[in-house]
Design a protein around this ligand. Sequence first.
Ligand SMILES: C[S@@+](CC[C@H](N)C(=O)[O-])C[C@H]1O[C@@H](n2cnc3c(N)ncnc32)[C@H](O)[C@@H]1O
Length: 276
Amino acid sequence: MSVNLKKYLHNLLSQEELGLLVRSYDVIGDIAVIIIPPELESKENVIGQAILDNTKNIKVVAKRDGIYGGEFRTIPLKVIAGENRKDTEHKEYSVQLLVNPEEVYFSVRSGTERKRIASLVEPGEVVLVMFSGIGPYPLVISKNSQAKAIVGVEKNPIAHSYALKSLARNKRIKNVRFYNGDVEAILPALNRLFDRVVMPLPKGGELFLPKALQVLKPHGMLHYYEMQNEECFDDSIAKVAAVCRQQSRDLISAEVVKAGHCAPRTYRICIDCVII
Ligand SMILES: C[S@@+](CC[C@H](N)C(=O)[O-])C[C@H]1O[C@@H](n2cnc3c(N)ncnc32)[C@H](O)[C@@H]1O
């Protein structure tokens, strides 16, 4: 969420301190998640309180207390103002999502991308979301398409339990099933093919391309994510093409979509692939 944080704080911080302040913060349900530079640590409570005082929907302000890491891509958070909790309920494209953003990976910034994928789903499709986290892709696809069935697979047991809670909360959703475990183990056990496979694991997802292709029907759609420098988008396409060749499949079309900006000239890209 882009907000004018400096406006809230212009009487409370010096010009130099205002210059160090980030421009925006993420809003997950009623929790604001902000990055506080080390130089402003002594002012973190003042900053948190200013956000609370100026935004009536925010009840908790937390700062990032480390970086995304580990197999489950989680990040430590520290509450700096408001209620002392990290659980919340976030609404995204008519779906209620229960989440604790410290215990599981969840990025509000990918909401538009999830809706884009949902808009591509044709009536009657059977869709697989590998690495489904707390379930935003399967649930948003369900609410915003006429898919026949959507399967989500997630290894983090805590994320999986939030996905199940959200599924129960969205009572009208009947076509989603979540499985907890490693995609390498779960997909063979499902013994099922899919019209569309979504792979939202931009770091390390390439290792799972062979498994994704094994469960993708002929003429299926694959959505493969990577963090990539803008000069190397073709390298990402080449990775998918190479795995297709290994499995005697053909990549007949590959369109690169910029799904987020992560560093100078580096994007979170999705390659929309048609594979026969
Ligand atoms: C970048 S997050 C995406 C989560 C979710 N799709 C979203 O959009 O919020 C990647 C997820 O993949 C999960 N993961 C990593 N390796 C996995 C594996 N081998 N099998 C299943 N899930 C895995 C992580 O726990 C994490 O929740």
